[in-house]
Design a protein around this ligand. Sequence first.
Ligand code: AMP
Length: 396
Amino acid sequence: MKILVINAGSSSLKYQLIDMETEEVIAKGLCERIGIDGSNLVHKAHGGETKFEAAMPDHKVAMKMVLDALTDEKVGVLKSMSEIGAIGHRVVGSGEYFTKSTVVTPEVLETLEKTYEFAPIHNPANVMGIKACLEAVPGTPNVVVFDTAFHSTMPDEAKLYAIDYQDYLDYKVRRYGAHGTSHKYVSHEAIAYCGAQGKDFKLVTCHLGGGSSISAVKNGVCVDTSMGFTPLAGVPMGTRSGDIDPSAVKFLADKKGFTFEQAINYLNKKCGVNGVSGISSDFRDLQAAVEAGNYRAKLAVEMFAYNVRKYIGAYAAAMNGLDCIVFTAGVGENSAFTRGYICRGLDYLGVEFDEEENKVRVPGIHEISKPGSKVKLLVIPTNEELMIARETLALV
Ligand code: AMP
């Protein structure tokens, strides 16, 4: 079966068509500037790339362009849309309305609208993508896969904030986490690689990219995660502050004359390693600056690594042990420099970090701990689209 995976943002729409027999990507692409002047679609298939420029006033038009590209005589990969067996959609926030991937029905669509308050920028866009598919390819099943679903197994003591319990009950304010599809994918890969299926296995997965989150995964099930009610919590990120005392936010907002919205925007967009370094949110730029002797760049990387290490230690304590640490996403997969800062100083846990192996680049799963290390260190490329396609296939 061929499965189309859709990841709709507020002004963008990413897609991948995956052949589930081989799990190979047949075509993929990106629509940008939906609803803005200069919208375009870049479609990649048959080893080539084609740019289509046309007005995309909304997601419905964008979706129609994607389907036209997929069935195009020259650059298409399908004879007709009926070859698409199912469509899997990434949805960012579920609130407590959903705890797992679900086939879209009219009732599910109605419930999805109630989740908007938990992800006001992303979820309406995700639902626009679903509605566009329902219209463009009627009769093809659609499945929603939530970023938060993998974290829905967290026990109450991990997921709740210490606020008035009645406020949790009334407003569902709690830790939901994010990047769940990625944490789930790399957890499955790590468990299979270590031959740990069905065994008592304690894993910490570090999704380190533009946004970063750490999860504690016990026997394949998420028991804690560093992001919170929104992705603003946890370790410092590219531009997000991560954990910060709310009273410091109030103090800073008063000093800078920010409204509450402006303060939250500042914490999301102007902080993290970008704010600390004053240079960049990109770890490649930070590495170059550290190597040139820049103090603030070094401080930013050290703060990032220190906080990742702190979460690893906290989760080893939460699970009463640790067997494996996984690094994934843009920084986790590519930055040996940043992994080095994180992995030096974990020896008390039984981690034997292999400095030389860490510098080597290999495709697929890469072990960067020494043979015999009590805790294995693995670099695993994430694949959220494949995870969405697998979940979709399982449901249809
Ligand atoms: P993601 O959010 O997973 O796409 O990760 C994006 C981030 O990964 C970028 O902002 C960079 O900081 C980082 N990144 C990507 N490639 C590299 C690389 N080769 N070396 C260091 N950092 C990288």
